[in-house]
Design a protein around this ligand. Structure first.
Ligand SMILES: C[S@@+](CC[C@H](N)C(=O)[O-])C[C@H]1O[C@@H](n2cnc3c(N)ncnc32)[C@H](O)[C@@H]1O
Length: 244
């Protein structure tokens, strides 16, 4: 399992490039039309770093019930169907001694179900995980801020949870937020927002939530309509109390 970074081909580490060069067969899971430029990056990385002869096997991502009120159950069901795809890849596409590779967006350890789905696969195989540059690292680097403040914790969560629970720490990283939940939860926070990080379409906006929330909403809606998809991430950092 190879973390490929969050969108910039140069995010790929030397370790990841070597792992791509060592793979015999790649499994690419297509998430549908809307995300084709993401699939394009995977093909480009294989073309650039793969060593022929290699094969690419493409599979269609199982549909997930995004309307389900029971979000966790819907994800678990989707993960089991993914596990079946992985199992048939391992059993049907790999000969003995061959190495298969999954190219995982960002870092495989951050909000990605590939590891958990592989855990469900009932087949004999060894698995190595190559870390990748996560969108969280890309976000803070592009804004030139630290993820952590001296001796302080950081909370990483989803837009859904932020909307339900509010900001439960002074530093909160939010991913998978389709609804700009910062606008309600972000009072008293500064936001460091980034979309399409690492790509030519990258957009960065920073400022007190109260001042930039409307701008982010508008920019996000316009970009999403224009491209047909969006991935955005942000850090909420509580503003220090005014002195005096
Ligand atoms: C399923 S998670 C995968 C995260 C990935 N494993 C990582 O390490 O970044 C997808 C979410 O990651 C964030 N994300 C991934 N790539 C991004 C990018 N290039 N720019 C902004 N956000 C990104 C978004 O919040 C998106 O909804």
């Amino acid at each position: 399992m190879i973390g490929i970074g969050a969108g910039d081909p140069d995010h790929l580490t030397f370790q990841a490039a070597k792992a791509i060069a060592a793979a015999d067969v790649f499994l690419l899971v297509d998430k549908g039309e809307a995300k084709h430029d993401l699939a394009g990056l995977r093909h480009d990385l294989i073309a650039q770093h793969g060593r022929r002869p290699y094969r690419i096997v493409e599979a269609r991502d199982p549909e997930r019930d995004r309307t389900a009120a029971a979000y966790t159950e819907a994800v678990e069901d989707w993960r089991s169907r993914r596990a079946r795809i992985y199992r048939s890849f391992i059993e049907d596409e790999l000969k003995d001694g061959q190495t298969g590779a999954f190219l995982v967006w960002g870092d495989p350890g951050v909000y990605d179900s590939t590891l958990a789905a592989l855990d469900e696969v009932d087949a004999e195989f060894e698995c190595e995980v190559i870390p990748g540059i996560s969108s969280v690292s890309a976000l803070t680097a592009r804004h030139r801020v630290g993820l952590t403040q001296v001796g302080r914790p950081v909370h990483i969560t989803t837009g859904r949870r932020l909307a339900a629970e509010g900001a439960t720490a002074d530093d909160v990283v939010v991913m998978l937020d389709a609804h700009c939940s910062f606008a309600e939860a972000g009072d008293g926070f500064r936001i460091y927002w980034g979309a399409y990080l690492g790509t030519p379409d990258e957009i960065l906006i920073e400022g007190p939530v109260g001042e930039v929330a409307d701008e982010i909403r508008a920019v996000r809606a316009e970009a999403r309509a224009r491209k047909g998809w969006i991935m955005d991430t942000y850090l909420l950092r509580r503003e220090p109390p005014a002195r005096g």
